[in-house]
Design a protein around this ligand. Structure first.
Ligand code: DAK
Length: 264
């Protein structure tokens, strides 16, 4: 895959090898989510879905924030109908990101609040810098989360810890987020991107069909009864077992050589 850069100004997309990098790019507003950010994100997610050879996506923020929430100034004058439409739009874009067939990693470089926390929660794995601050401060504004926070947070860290964050609107640091399972690893700000690049490349080196199937089954299993999800796993195992990459991986192991996967 060749390297490629695309810009919709408020969100940048760069393809580096098999990895798609999305960078929220409104640092002057701490990358707050307005309609144009959602539009740009949606356009890039759509482009990523159609990108051949894509194996991983990483989402991060420019400047000192990942995303400091929905754009409070832009939201101030919305009618209830427009507010509901804005929330539905965010849900659709976040779901499209979450539904990408490749793993999506969040590299949370700073403030990760409200809609920003909800955006990170739409990713498969969250890594953070030790400067990151997480929270759902909506109740401080007289609001509730509008992009899935009341649902995805509890699924990620359990209803009690989620409730503590949702009811207080308080911020927690990256160490506390890690303790609660809201991020997986914490790095120094200087080390974050290098570390997440290494994680992304590690994933990109694995058999793409198997990785995609593992993601799909993981997500299915969060919604479906265990017996149903296990039945899907057994079925998918048979399909993957017949792939060229499975033959290559097993042959490489037996012959003590490195496997080369081609996604077929
Ligand atoms: N929206 C708009 N502008 C923001 C912003 C935000 N969420 N966060 C920061 N900014 C802007 C600041 O206003 C400031 O702009 P200027 O004054 O320079 O023009 C600039 O970014 C730099 O911010 P600060 O000067 O405040 O930076 P500090 O380091 O001093 O403070 C901070 C950082 C993150 C603690 C502070 O900026 C802050 O408290 N930000 C707001 C955090 C927050 O409450 N976020 C919103 C969470 S609620 C819904 C849809 C979605 C949602 C709800 C409903 N419906 C459709 C109804 C979700 C809502 C949320 O996300």
């Amino acid at each position: 895959m060749s390297d490629l850069k695309q810009s919709h100004d408020s969100v940048l997309l760069e393809i580096k090898g098999h990895v798609g990098w999305l960078t929220l790019n409104r640092p002057q507003a701490l990358n707050a989510l307005n309609a144009s950010v959602l539009d740009a994100l949606e356009a890039h997610v759509c482009a990523l879905r159609a990108t051949e050879g894509l194996r991983v996506v990483v989402l991060t923020g420019a400047g000192k924030a990942f995303v400091a929430g929905a754009d409070i100034k832009a939201m101030a004058d919305l009618s209830p109908q427009s507010a509901a439409a804005f929330a539905a739009r965010g849900h659709r874009v976040f779901q499209a990101l979450s539904d990408l067939p490749v793993p999506v990693l969040a590299a949370v470089n700073g403030f990760c609040l409200g809609g920003g926390c909800e955006l990170a929660l739409s990713c498969d794995v969250i890594y953070a810098s030790d400067k990151a601050k997480f929270g759902q401060p909506e109740v401080k504004l007289g609001l509730i989360p509008g992009f899935g926070g009341t649902q995805r947070l509890a699924r990620k860290i359990g209803p009690m810890a989620a409730g503590a964050l949702l009811f207080s609107g308080g911020m927690i640091d990256a160490a506390e987020a890690k303790r609660l399972g809201l991020c997986l690893e914490v790095y120094s700000p200087e080390a974050l991107i290098e570390a997440v690049t290494a994680k992304a490349e590690e994933i990109a080196a694995q058999a793409p069909l198997a990785v995609a199937q593992a993601k799909a089954l993981l997500k299915l299993g969060l919604e479906a009864p265990l017996a149903t999800a296990n039945a899907f796993e057994a079925q998918a195992f048979g399909v993957i077992f017949d792939s060229q990459d499975a033959k290559e991986g097993v042959d490489a192991f037996i012959n003590k050589r490195a496997a080369t996967f081609n996604g077929r």
